[in-house]
Design a protein around this ligand. Structure first.
Ligand code: ADP
Length: 301
């Protein structure tokens, strides 16, 4: 196969591993920086230009689109889709997963376990908003935050009111969420490929911190997950339409709850913790799924 790997930096761990895994299986793989692509949107003749040449003959695309380039990155990916190229995760699924509120709404419709969550922009009655999600302690999040930035804990009613009012002053969209104390600063990252959790790791926040993000000093380790946790992770990925996803969940007293579904999960932490060849599994999945998909499409006529 000839594979396009949409990534901005070929030196990143995940990019390097996917290149290695594809080449080890005899595929040709090209790293393409989505921001450098320019597109022809003419009727019946969609095309992508890159560094003065036309991209053609690709059988599959692996999108690794950073949050900061979601708009342009998904547009380039959509252009590949217009040209009939198979993509590991579709552009519409990536856009969905990048919108925290939209993702939670879709997951809640499917009855998937979530922390009690409220969403607001400029509520007149902050007290009622806090009451709606069960009162303090609460976690308040900026809708557009990543890597734990913009995730704040309010231990008391008064603190919650002040944080919400401060965020309102910034004219930001905010999520107000039940604090899952029982998680004890740990979350579980499940790596889903197709309809399986192929690896899972626990991330533990450093002492005195409730956010387990590795960027915030969290540490990762191996963990065994329950059948219920496996099932919720796979359902979450499927609900958003992602073939490959990093599904983050917390162990709450009312069962596993989904925190976030990531469409470009990093491979370094999970491969190191589990010693599994996730990049290889992704390429194996593409080999099978791209064939299935082309038969499905042909079947549709
Ligand atoms: P980001 O997308 O910026 O990483 P998250 O919503 O995933 O933000 O939150 C970062 C971390 O904070 C989570 O991985 C989790 O460890 C912790 N956290 C977030 N929300 C809650 C919550 N409602 N209860 C307990 N811990 C939480």
């Amino acid at each position: 196969m000839k594979i396009a790997l949409l990534s901005r930096n070929s030196k990143l761990y995940s990019t390097r591993r996917l290149i290695e895994a594809a080449q080890a299986r005899g595929h040709e793989i090209h790293v393409i920086d989505a921001l450098r692509c320019y597109m022809e949107i003419t009727s019946n003749r969609p095309g992508i230009h890159y560094k003065g040449t036309i991209l053609s003959g690709f059988d599959a695309v692996i999108p690794r689109i950073g949050a900061s380039i979601t708009f342009y990155g998904t547009a380039v990916l959509r252009q590949f889709e217009m040209m009939g190229t198979y993509t590991l995760n579709e552009s519409v699924a990536i856009s969905r997963s990048r919108d925290k509120l939209r993702s939670l709404q879709l997951l809640s419709r499917k009855g998937i376990g979530l922390p009690v969550t409220g969403f607001a922009h400029k509520p007149d009655d902050v007290e009622d908003l806090i009451k709606m999600v069960g009162g303090a302690p609460l976690v308040i999040k900026l809708l557009e935050g990543t890597q734990g930035i913009g995730v704040v804990m309010a231990e008391t009613q008064k603190a919650a009111e002040s944080v919400i009012e401060a965020f309102m002053g910034l004219k930001a969209n905010i999520l107000v969420q039940e604090f899952i104390k029982e998680a004890d600063g740990a979350d579980i990252r499940c790596l889903v490929i197709g309809d399986k959790v192929v690896a899972a790791m626990k991330r533990q926040a450093k002492e005195g911190e409730f956010r387990s993000n590795l960027h915030r000093g969290g540490t990762s380790s191996l963990i065994r997950i329950s059948p219920e946790e496996r099932s919720i992770a796979v359902r979450a990925a499927r609900t958003l339409g992602l073939n490959v996803a990093g599904v983050d969940l917390l162990r709450s007293s009312h069962g596993p709850v989904i925190m976030e579904v990531n469409s470009s999960p990093g491979l370094q932490g999970i491969e190191t913790s589990t010693e599994k060849d996730i990049a290889g599994m992704i390429i194996d999945f593409i080999e099978k799924d791209s064939v299935n998909k082309s038969t499905r499409t042909k079947g549709k006529g």
